[in-house]
Unconditional design. Sequence first.
Length: 305
Amino acid sequence: MKILVLGSAAGGGFPQWNCHCANCKGLREGTIKATARTQSSIAVSVNGNDWVLINASPDIREQINQSPQLWPEQGSRGTKIRAAILTDSQIDHTTGLLTLREGLPLDVYCSDVVYEDLSTVYPLFNVLENWHGGLKFSKIDTEQKQPFSVKGVEGIDFVPVIIESNAPPYSRYRDKVIAGNNIGLKIIDKSTGKYLFYLPGIVESTEEVEHILCKASCVLIDGTLWLDDEMIAQGVGTKLGSEMGHMPVNGDYGTVALLNKFTIDRKILIHINNTNPILNEESAQHQFVLDNGVEIATDGMEITI
């Protein structure tokens, strides 16, 4: 199974267009060693020709144009993206569907709660009905948690995993999250049984999450903030990371401490906010992550399981 990291940053990307934090300023001025990143999204395939897009970031056009693996090979128009799966209804993970309008219709797999958001308060499904058949909703059943496959993509099973996080600010479920607002994905290569665990937004571990981590071959997990109060301390926000639905990287209950419990071939942080000091490749925080056997995702990273 092939995994392509299309975008590795949190919302706003890195550098964020209106941000003058130490990282964004340093990258623009060349005073820190760091790599620019677009907003979080991945794609998976077995044969390298039929791909499933997982979350569609606002940067999807740029990401596809920078990924030859996804370029059409025949005909005057085409795509190798057979479907999209959404792990939530966040703007950062769904706005790219608007950019894909030239390639519609497109099968979109998501929970009924996410579909509710995207057909009412943030009506992407309704808007895109006017382009070539629009988005075709396929429900992810978060109650049964049974594996599902994607039409047109052979050899991969997807298992939804309910996770602790938060709903978008515009959702009626904000701060009163119900099952299905946020899911992780256990992505299984059916030929080998090996799997990727994808968790781009998680605020707290659960017994189920740790059970799946225990036998994962690779995990791509929330690396948004170094510390819970990071955005407040830097004067660029008013909320804790945990209030927004994100687990910090550092600390006794952070992602590094969680990952240290398990022997996993590849442990990778993704969805990294522009304020996070791990983006500075010469920082102590960056080295701390690497010293603990954890990688930091970059755009274009390729993973094979």
